[in-house]
Write a protein that binds this ligand. Structure first.
Ligand code: SF4
Length: 353
């Protein structure tokens, strides 16, 4: 039996199997759509047809909270219609859309607000169209390198056993002289990607954090140990490797927590991992809307979201974010930066934001 999505991650986190699968019109005309259909049948999952993911109604569940949890265990297989890519600063030029939604239950996740009331997991079957659109973006900027981030709206590694889209994308980008792919994951199911012909054009990043953060705010994701073991495999497969420490959270004992994180990483990683290693550092932030949604969905969360303790940072579209005041943000940045260089003198830190 699958563990409940809200249980703490077990030692051996299972691959995600949804409770229910919907197919949108046209999805079964694609080979990938038919393959996912056959997989869902093999798993004995209830399969339904829907005219559109926007029209899914009647999901079981009494309360809004129950409906939310069930929606996060519902897979929608569809055709990606919007092939205009969003920008994805600071980590890449563009976000490449291969999936939306995630089965993880990280309390702080920004998908809580960006996906609103429809947190289904959607995978797209027309990967060729998506790659063709990427090719146009690459050609427009050539000979400048164009980087694509595949994890802006999902955790695609956690869905790879269902869609195989990441492998296709990795191999496509491997052949593009001016194209680069990157994604981040909290899942350890990387085996099917180890033999992909990446040609060093894909940076495989793992999201890591202090014990306190993983334990309290990241249910239904792989454990730290599983992620690090997977990072070792990825490095041995020759992928450029990176870590995103996010969200960096100020908590009692944060210095010990982040020092221990870097120490454990240094201890666990094979030598292949450190030859071209990057770090990205992102402090915790929240919007007023996110705070309301998070408090409804995870009412017992220990996530500190007290506006009075934060600094307000104006946003591009009016909705500002609450970040740590400069003094705290600087202390976090300086301390973690020092620990990184202490253990990984050759690594580069791409940004702190
Ligand atoms: Fe969000 Fe990533 Fe957690 Fe999924 S694993 S819920 S995408 S933060």
């Amino acid at each position: 039996m699958m563990p409940s999505a809200l249980e703490a991650p077990s030692k051996n986190t299972l691959m995600f199997v949804p409770d229910l699968v919907y197919f949108e019109p046209g999805a079964l005309e694609y080979e990938k759509g038919r393959r996912i259909h056959a997989w869902a049948e093999e798993q004995n999952l209830p399969i339904r047809i829907t005219p559109s993911h926007n029209r899914i109604t009647g999901l079981p569940g009494e309360s809004d909270l129950e409906k939310y949890r069930l929606a996060k265990r519902t897979l929608v297989v569809g055709v990606r219609k919007t092939l205009t890519f969003d920008t994805s600063k600071p980590s890449a030029e563009y976000a490449i859309p291969i999936a939306t939604g995630c089965m993880g239950h990280c309390h702080y996740c920004y998908l809580q607000t960006t996906l609103g009331a429809k947190p289904y997991i959607r995978v797209y079957v027309n990967t060729d169209d998506i790659m063709q659109a990427a090719k146009q973006y690459i050609d427009e900027r050539a000979p400048e390198i164009t980087r694509f981030e595949a994890a802006c709206t999902s955790d695609p590694v956690g869905l790879e056993h269902i869609s195989s889209s990441l492998r296709e994308l990795i191999e496509f980008m491997g052949q593009e002289e001016y194209g680069r792919l990157r994604f981040v994951t909290k899942f350890h199911h990387v085996d099917s990607l180890l033999t992909a012909k990446h040609n060093n054009h894909t940076r495989f990043r793992f999201s890591v954090n202090a014990d306190y953060v993983i334990k309290n705010f990241e249910p239904a994701t792989s454990s730290f140990e599983e992620r690090i073991e997977a990072a070792g495999k990825v490095a041995r497969a020759g992928y450029p490797l990176g870590f995103i420490i996010a969200p960096i959270i100020w908590h009692d004992g944060w210095e010990q927590g982040y020092a221990a994180l870097l120490q454990k990483l240094a201890h666990a990683l094979p030598p292949e991992a450190v030859r071209d290693l990057t770090f990205e550092l992102i402090q915790h932030r929240f919007t007023k809307t996110a705070k309301t949604v998070i408090e409804q969905r995870y009412p017992k969360t220990k996530l500190e979201m007290d506006e009075a303790k934060r600094k307000y940072k104006w946003g591009r579209w009016g909705q500002g974010k609450y970040v740590y005041p400069d003094e705290q943000a600087n202390a976090l940045r300086e301390f973690i930066t020092e620990r990184i260089f202490e253990h990984f003198p050759e690594a580069s830190i791409d940004y702190f934001t």
